[in-house]
Design a protein around this ligand. Structure first.
Ligand SMILES: [Zn+2]
Length: 373
């Protein structure tokens, strides 16, 4: 295989418009799946909705050790309101930079996973093998992986590599999240006679003050720091001359390892006793101790490609790992991919061609290491 292939495969993936919403990952998933099948992988597709296609491919496998999972998502975020100076879907290059929506987040990562898989397609028999999981609908809530984790398709995995953009720096996890709407009910009345109503916005306002000073009572995590809480939305009322009978606030909590999500929610229900809580996302933190033996080997493999030896750091963003670990319970997990984290979701998003090529070599080493006799 020549190194040019990793970049040209990224370009091919960029040409599929998988902007989410609406997503439409099917053609891109089929394109990747057809290649994997040709290389000898068994491929299964899963659609949780029409056209929202995820893929699970595997090769090798034995009774002694579970396979290594390499995972990435196929969807990309919208182009945004600012005009691009490069074609977002045509893989334009300028020097080392490869431009496109998803170049960094994360079609370069998917391309590198695919090419590393190709290198080993013939030699995985009687080894623990690998399982490749390419998901739909990661952006905006990891919906595709949540649905996939409810099926039997994922099988087992003994460790996991998430190819999200890290500039090939191995990150040992990320925070978890709890997202909910708190809904407040009141009683409507004419705005000239507020004493006849119950104002739902006043209820929400009192709750906001309690949320702003909410104390998680959690010790600092040595790497991830503190949990956070942000109120991101507020709505309520229909018109200025009526007592509002409805108000709602949207809350985003980011958690650190060691926190019990159910306990946090229980405390919040008590604090916001007048509200009805609609929890629409609840994902645990992803964390593997940097002392863990496989993580040590991952650090060694990445070291030659980095300016300094890797230390324990975590990603600022969520990944599908939180859902996949519901099935691959306890699998040590590293977030490691060729894209630039700073470029994710940006106008004129780009990736480094050099890093894309290096990433194939890193993934190959990880597969070799995991599947060695
Ligand atoms: Zn991503």
């Amino acid at each position: 295989m020549n190194s040019q292939d990793a970049v040209s495969l990224t370009k091919s993936l960029l040409r599929f418009d998988t902007v989410n919403p609406p997503g439409r990952e099917r053609d891109c998933a089929r394109f990747a799946g057809a290649m994997l099948e040709e290389w000898g992988y068994s491929v299964e597709y899963f659609e949780y909705q029409e056209g929202r296609t995820s893929l699970v491919a595997r090769a090798g496998g034995n009774d002694r050790k579970a396979p290594l999972c390499l995972t990435g998502h196929l969807d990309v975020v919208p182009l945004g309101s600012r005009a691009w100076t490069k074609d977002p879907f045509n893989g334009e290059t300028d020097g080392d930079k490869l431009y496109g929506r998803g170049a960094s987040d994360m079609k370069a990562g998917v391309a590198a996973i695919l090419l590393a898989a190709r290198s080993y397609s013939k030699s995985l028999r009687n080894t623990p093998g690998i399982v490749i999981v390419l998901t739909a609908a990661e952006e905006g809530g990891c919906v595709g992986s949540a649905q996939l984790a409810k099926t039997q398709l994922l099988g087992k995995a003994g460790a996991m590599v998430v190819g999200e953009p890290t500039s090939n720096y191995p990150l040992v996890g990320h925070k978890g999240s709890i997202k909910f709407h708190a809904r407040f009910r009141g009683v409507s009345a004419h705005g000239s006679m507020p004493e006849l109503g119950v104002n739902a916005i006043y209820k929400a306002a009192k709750a906001l003050a309690r949320l702003e000073s909410f104390d998680f009572r959690t010790p600092h995590h040595p790497v991830m720091g503190k949990p956070t809480l942000n109120v991101g939305t507020i709505e309520g009322g229909n018109t200025v001359n009526a007592v509002p009978d409805y108000a709602s606030i949207g809350v985003d909590i980011r958690t650190v390892p060691g926190m019990d999500h159910e306990e946090v929610l229980e405390r919040l229900r008590r604090e916001l006793s007048e509200a009805e809580l609609d929890v629409f996302s609840n994902l645990k933190p992803v964390w593997t101790a940097p002392e863990q033996e496989w993580i040590g080997r991952v650090f060694e493999i990445c070291k030659p490609y980095l300016a300094e030896p890797p230390a324990a750091r975590t990603a600022p963003y969520m990944t599908d790992a939180a859902n996949l670990l519901k099935v691959y319970s306890g699998a040590p997990t590293v977030v490691l991919g060729p894209g630039e984290a700073a470029m994710a979701h940006q106008t004129d998003e780009y990736a480094s061609q050099e890093r894309i090529r290096q990433s194939v070599a890193i993934y190959e080493s990880l597969i070799r290491d995991w599947c060695r006799p």
